[in-house]
Ligand binder design. Structure first.
Ligand code: XIL
Length: 344
């Protein structure tokens, strides 16, 4: 037996899957998912840029593959995402001259978009990351096109629309770095305002793209408790653990080279050292120990991928790095981290 069985009475264990996995092209990955995972999230296939054609028409093929895969393997399916500044073409927000469209126009587009996609999968998708990444890295509301046109109300709108179409779907606000102090408080304040205005937000999605050495377990624990205290169910939605040198906090002199590929920023090109692999295993173990401690507050822990070969971190924030952030290696074999998490 695998993780799914071991965590049955704790919380759901999920994985993000890409279209190639969802189309059944990797029998070895399908087997892992059947044994280890109880939930799936589409890595890209339900984003605006994936489901909409340039002329605004709909392209359902990839999203349908995902839904069929989830149904076939009896998996709890999570939608991702209804309103996000990323992977959404500028033409949604701007006219041909490059000027912002009017608030009423964007509201109409949101109505059509959200009503259609939530309606199509109503009763089949159990939850939605309704709004993604609305708080900026400066802990202020992100000045996205959505925000610039509609203000914070774009968030209310997205939640209300989704809730009207599918009242049974569990609706989450999803964001990154909100398990760290600073952004945690900003995000909690936003959620308080939403709740006060009667916005139907039921869960917090903590993306949790973390590193081996941070954020600290106590910081993450504070966040779980802070969001649960607001009456929200807690979901870890995009967990992965980076062992590569972090580039965000480089000294000022190096800021301009931050995203440049340099060999010293890719130290494990030909494989993880034993020391690095041990760090990764211990980090996964301490994270899952914390999740288990708070299992009464946590509904789901989803990893952003199954095996390292398909992780987005191979290309982010630096193209072409060799990343090792998941529980299965590039040969789709379970890592020591997997065994440690399984044994808890
Ligand atoms: C990433 C996907 O994994 C990549 O394949 C894609 O190129 C970019 O987006 N936060 C999110 C996810 O909410 O949608 C992002 O997924 C990772 C960060």
């Amino acid at each position: 037996t695998g993780l799914k069985e071991a965590y049955r009475d704790r919380f759901l264990i999920g994985a993000a899957i890409n279209t190639s996995i969802a189309s059944g092209k990797h029998p070895d990955i399908t087997e892992i998912i059947q044994r280890d995972f109880s939930s799936v999230t589409p890595e890209n296939s339900m984003k605006w840029g994936s489901v909409r054609a340039a002329d605004g028409g709909w392209k359902w093929e990839e999203a349908d593959h995902f839904m069929n895969f989830a149904a076939q393997h009896n998996l709890h399916a999570v939608g991702h995402t209804l309103a996000w500044h990323g992977q959404t073409p500028d033409s949604v927000f701007k006219n041909a001259k490059g000027d912002y469209i009017k608030p009423a126009e964007l509201t109409k587009k949101m109505e059509e978009h959200i009503t259609t996609i939530v309606g199509r999968y109503k009763g089949k998708l159990h939850a939605w990351d309704a709004v993604n990444e609305a708080v900026g890295d400066d802990n202020q509301m992100r000045k996205s096109h959505y925000f610039n046109i509609l203000g914070e109300q774009f968030i209310d709108k997205a939640f209300h629309l989704a809730h009207e179409v599918d009242p049974k779907a569990h609706l989450m606000y999803n964001d990154y770095n909100i398990e760290r102090g600073g952004k945690r408080e900003a995000c909690a304040e936003l959620l308080k305002r939403l709740k006060k205005r009667g916005v139907p937000v039921q869960g917090i999605g903590i993306q949790a793209h973390v590193a081996v050495d941070g954020p600290s377990i106590s910081d993450i624990e504070k966040s779980i408790v802070a969001y649960a205290d607001l009456g929200l169910r807690v979901h870890f939605t995009e967990l992965d653990v980076d062992v590569l040198p972090q580039v965000w906090n480089l000294p000022v002199a190096e800021i301009s080279t931050r995203f440049e590929y340099k060999p010293e920023r890719d130290p494990f090109k030909s494989g993880l050292t034993k020391e690095a692999n041990d760090k990764l295993s211990s980090r996964y173990e301490e994270l899952f120990k914390l999740f288990i401690k708070h299992k009464d507050k946590i509904d789901r822990v989803t990893l952003w991928g199954v095996s390292d070969d398909a992780s987005w971190l191979n290309d982010f924030p630096i193209r072409g790095r060799t990343a090792y952030p998941l529980l299965f290696d590039r040969k789709r074999q379970p890592k020591d981290a997997y065994r440690r998490v399984l044994a808890l």
